[in-house]
Design a protein around this ligand. Structure first.
Ligand code: RAM
Length: 362
């Protein structure tokens, strides 16, 4: 019966999520659960809480919470999460706020905690602001892992890291230096100013720039597109106008890099300003081929979502507590170990360019 009421409550959440995203894109507050039909159709629109079906009785129900909806990076993570769900016989809901905002994300998480879901995998919009919420979930017996963008220690059991932060920073500076011919002005166009993952990478990129081989590169500014396409596009146009000698835009965000490459093309700046950073191959293919973004990097977000669900399953089933040294089954990805710093490392980023871009489809 407990599972039945959870099913009904989640069905209500899904229905209201669809209605709310249709009429008020920013709204994320879940309504109080009362009664709902047992069957819920997953909506077709990617802006809605997609892939959310009412779970069958007895199943565990995990929720993958992206920074925001409508971002192909997180849609790919959800595909991997759904693949893991099929293999494990659990239900995974995909629920997020319309914008990459910590307050909206906390509201959503509070409603999921109240629904007593079986586990949460979160990409955090703020590292510290989400600690009390993550703690409240764990106090309620709901395991919390973060993936992609971490909640600080105390607000999650462990963080699933896509790649070493220092490596992510180093590869971006290396690519920018290649494109700039080792000298000239570069700028960073990031996601939100509170994004824990981008902020960590930016700090490390600044450290990387201190190396003698990068002495002739000048980082002129960092701007924020908030992981919104239009804002990122306008910021990229602004960079080109403010800095006429700019050679490279580094966008460590899949939203920002695609918007910047489009802006470079629209402004007829291909060959003068080059875009690099972190992007998905499917979004960046045309810009690699046009020369607006000859090279960029990323890991596989599908694998990140997949591994997050295997991790939650290991925690929720009691197979592991999530302490350093604990090992768990990562399905097709193999066995993973919780490291001493409370992270699990997915692997290395891949660099994409004209030679390999057509080998990837995500
Ligand atoms: C965006 C998001 C995400 C980040 C990628 C690279 O999709 O900001 O958190 O990891 O870019």
């Amino acid at each position: 019966m407990k599972h039945r009421s959870l099913n009904l409550a989640i069905a209500v959440l899904v229905i209201f999520g669809v209605l709310l995203s249709a009429c008020a894109p920013a709204a994320t507050q879940a309504p109080a659960a009362t009664e709902a039909p047992a069957e819920v159709e997953a909506p077709a629109e990617s802006e809605a809480p997609a892939e959310s079906e009412a779970p069958a009785a007895g199943e565990m129900t995990f929720v993958l919470v992206p920074k925001n909806l409508g971002n192909p990076y997180f849609d790919t993570a959800n595909k991997g999460a759904q693949e893991a769900a099929g293999e494990l016989g659990v239900t995974v809901l995909y629920q997020g706020s319309a914008t990459a905002d910590a307050t909206e994300q906390i509201t959503l998480l509070n409603s999921l905690i109240a629904q007593k879901v079986s586990g949460l995998a979160i990409s955090a919009n703020d590292s510290d602001a989400l600690v009390p919420t993550g703690k409240a979930a764990m106090d309620a017996g709901i395991p919390v892992v973060t993936f992609d963008s971490a909640i600080a220690e105390g607000g999650r059991i462990f963080h699933i890291n896509q790649a070493e932060a220092s490596g992510i920073a180093a590869v971006q500076i290396q690519m920018a230096s290649d494109l700039a011919g080792g000298e000239g002005q570069i700028a960073i166009l990031s996601a939100t100013s509170t994004a824990p993952n981008q902020n960590a990478w930016i700090e490390l990129m600044k450290e990387e720039l201190q190396k003698p081989e990068y002495a002739n590169l000048e980082l002129v500014t960092t701007v924020y597109g908030d992981d919104q396409d239009e804002k990122s596009y306008n910021e990229a146009v602004g960079l080109m106008k403010t800095y006429p000698d700019l050679k490279v835009i580094i966008a460590p965000t899949t939203v920002g890099i695609a918007a910047s490459a489009r802006a470079v093309q629209d402004q007829d700046m291909v060959g003068k300003v080059m875009v690099t950073g972190l992007g998905t191959p499917n979004q960046m293919r045309e810009y690699v081929k046009s020369g607006a973004s000859p090279q960029f990097a990323l890991w596989n977000p599908g694998d990140l979502g997949y591994l997050s669900i295997y991790a939650l399953n290991a925690l929720a089933s009691g197979a592991i507590e999530g302490k350093p040294g604990d090992k768990f089954d990562g399905g097709k990805l193999g066995e993973y170990t919780v490291l001493d710093d409370g992270t699990v490392l997915l692997g290395d980023p891949t660099v994409f360019n004209a030679d390999n871009i057509d080998d990837f489809d995500f």
